[in-house]
Design a protein around this ligand. Sequence first.
Ligand code: MD6
Ligand code: FE
Length: 198
Amino acid sequence: MQYFPQMFDETAQVALLAAARLVIADAPLFAPTMPRSGNKMSVRMTNCGPFGWVTDKERGYRYQPTHPMTGKTWPPIPPSLLDLWDEVAGYPLPPEACLINYYEGQAKMGLHQDKDEEDFSAPVLSVSLGDTGLFRVGGRSRQDPTRKLELKSGDVVVLGGEDRLAYHGIDRILPGTSDLIAEGGRLNLTLRRVTKPK
Ligand code: MD6
Ligand code: FE
């Protein structure tokens, strides 16, 4: 795992937030549900890029080229995120999906592995905006010990190599810790490769 605190300065955060708002205007945040149980996740999400990560009770976790509610293709990944990928991913092909998670209030993300991609040789890279998130990261077994990290607005995390399949999650957010997002809350944008290169 690599951690780059304050990779985006305030000006860059404002610009990335504006880009994220444009994505959300075209591809509205939706309330994902867990496979089988159908329980609602506490985050809302959307995507940009050729593929988006979605989940629902009937069909479970998957990537698909269209928004589950509008049926439209996802908007493109903002250029600043493609530049970030070129700078830190160390992978020759561009990201194919950018998942945008929005946390407000008590929202959290349980300990998980990102393993719905065909290719684990590419890292998964994330940018945080808005309120601080309490991130927890462990090892490749759910039982491995975990450590905590405060992800602040502008911070970047890369899970690659040995840690590509490390368990991680968000315990909670700290409301009121940033004034970047006027309505409060936290956005996390994760860039991924989805397909195996031929
Ligand atoms: C979050 N992040 O920060 C959740 N996944 O809200 C992730 O699930 C994540 O930060 C893969 C790589 C980096 C991440
Ligand atoms: Fe993840």
